[in-house]
Unconditional design. Structure first.
Length: 93
């Protein structure tokens, strides 16, 4: 019974991680694509108008996505990196 209670109490951590990485990262990418689309508009006279706040938001979202992907790759390969190069990431011993 103790094992069941321990597993159920840790379930919220798994659900939170699944929501963040399973739905959160694609949602941030969707915001980046939407803001990127609003970064430049063409008015009736044919002039291009740049929306710098939308462009900055899109770039910030894309940078966040790249950081998350690189962190995920490094976290997955932390034992290999520690063994081959002696660099201990994420507390790998």
């Amino acid at each position: 019974m103790h094992t069941v209670i321990t597993n159920l109490s840790s379930l919220w951590e798994v659900v939170l991680a699944a929501l963040i990485f399973g739905a959160g990262v694609p949602a941030v990418f969707a915001f980046a694509v939407r803001w990127w689309g609003h970064a430049e508009t063409v008015d009736a006279e044919g002039r291009v108008r740049r929306n710098y706040p939308a462009l900055a938001g899109a770039v910030a979202c894309l940078v966040l996505i790249v950081v998350v992907v690189i962190t995920g790759i490094l976290f997955t390969a932390k034992a290999f990196i520690a063994h081959q190069f002696g660099i201990h990431l994420f507390g790998q011993s």
